[in-house]
Structure formats: structure tokens, C-alpha cells
Design a protein around this ligand. Structure first.
Ligand code: 5GP
Length: 190
């Protein structure tokens, strides 16, 4: 029996992954984004259980030890992020297709461990990434610099993934991504 694809969206901070994914979910029936867990601070407007499960360091570490994560990483400023196995199981049990948004190391782990993974690297021109990060301005200058340095390194990894989508224009990139996802969700004819 063929397994339902697990979509993994990755790419640098500021590439517009969140906006693209919102558009995709609104458009593709039965596509659901898994809520990751993190130890980073909650930003204004974010809700526990919607953008992330906001966990304490202690709770995160306990769940790592209990094997509850499919993958987990330590990101900038020592903040931890991870995909809970229970999130994926919950989405698949509803008969939905699952989409994950991960930084590149986590995406590579899922690529290697989940045979049904379809990995998509979303990027934007570097100047555009910087502009978006500064416009968001939720991080300090130092942290923006750290995220940009990471973004340049991540661009070199694009070739590791099944597909690359350049978000130079949001409407065009949405169309490209939707076509990819819809094609992967089409039942394979016998
Ligand atoms: P932010 O702090 O801006 O919400 O996210 C920072 C980075 O963490 C983004 O690149 C995002 O893709 C990544 N991220 C979010 N959730 C997870 C996760 O569960 N696992 C991994 N590996 N990365 C994640």
C-alpha cells in the first residue's frame, strides 16, 4: 500500500514559507500543518497550540528523552524546535495529508527517516530575505544577523531537497507549490 506523502517545507528565515503555507492550506482540501514544539519565546499574537506548542526547557528535554520527537534541533540563541510524532499521527488518523515546516537539518532528518517525505526548499533572493527579516523586526539586530548568516549557509543546501521553489512573487510561487502538492496527492493509477 502506498503511504500518504508527508510534505516538508524548508528554507531560510524570511523566505515567506508561512504565507505560502497559509495559502496552500486554504486551497488544498485535507492538507494540515503539524504544530511543532519549541522553547523559544512566544511572539505577540501567537497562541500555544496554534503556531507552536511552547514548552519549557525541562518539558522539551523530558519529551526528547521519552522519544516523542521525530526530529529536533537546537536553533539560533540555543532555542530548541522539534516535530512531535503525535502531531503527525493525529493528522494522518484524520485521513489528512501532513505538512511540516522545518529548518534544513530537521528537514534532512525527515527526508532520511520518512520514506513518504516530499521535501520542498523555499527560498527568495538574499536582499529580499534581509528586507523581510528587518520588516518583521521581532528579533534583535544580533539575532537578525545570525539568521541571515544561517540563511546564506542554507542556500547552499538547496540541492539536497526534492524541489526548489523561489518565492520572488508570492502568487507565482503559490501556483508552483500548489501544483507540486496536488500532483503528489493524486492517487497513482494502477
Ligand atoms: P521561528 O522562530 O521563526 O518561528 O522559526 C525558526 C526556524 O525554526 C524556522 O526556520 C522554522 O522552519 C524552524 N522550525 C519550526 N519548527 C520546527 C521543527 O519542529 N523542527 C525543526 N527542525 N525546525 C523547526
Amino acid at each position: 500500500m502506498s503511504q500518504r506523502p508527508v510534505f516538508v517545507i524548508t528554507g531560510p528565515s524570511g523566505a515567506g514559507k508561512g504565507t505560502l503555507m497559509d495559502r496552500l492550506v486554504a486551497r488544498v482540501p485535507g492538507l494540515e500543518v503539524a504544530v511543532s514544539a519549541t522553547t523559544r519565546l512566544q511572539r505577540p499574537g501567537e497562541e500555544d497550540g496554534r503556531e507552536y506548542w511552547f514548552l519549557s526547557e525541562v518539558d522539551f528535554a523530558r519529551r526528547v528523552a521519552a522519544g516523542e520527537f521525530l526530529e529536533h534541533v537546537t536553533y539560533v540563541s540555543g532555542r530548541r524546535y522539534g516535530t512531535l510524532r503525535s502531531e503527525i499521527a493525529r493528522i494522518l488518523a484524520r485521513g489528512h495529508a501532513c505538512m511540516l515546516e522545518l529548518e534544513t537539518r530537521g528537514a534532512l532528518t525527515v527526508r532520511d527517516e520518512v520514506p513518504a517525505a516530499v521535501t520542498i526548499f523555499v527560498t527568495a533572493p538574499l536582499q529580499e530575505l534581509e528586507r523581510r527579516l528587518r520588516a518583521r523586526a521581532t528579533e534583535s539586530d544580533g539575532e537578525i544577523g545570525e539568521r541571515l548568516a544561517l540563511a546564506s549557509r542554507q542556500l547552499e543546501e538547496a540541492g539536497e531537497f526534492d524541489h526548489v521553489v523561489v518565492n520572488d512573487d508570492i502568487d507565482r510561487a503559490t501556483e508552483e507549490l500548489a501544483a507540486l502538492v496536488e500532483q503528489a496527492l493524486e492517487p497513482v493509477s494502477p
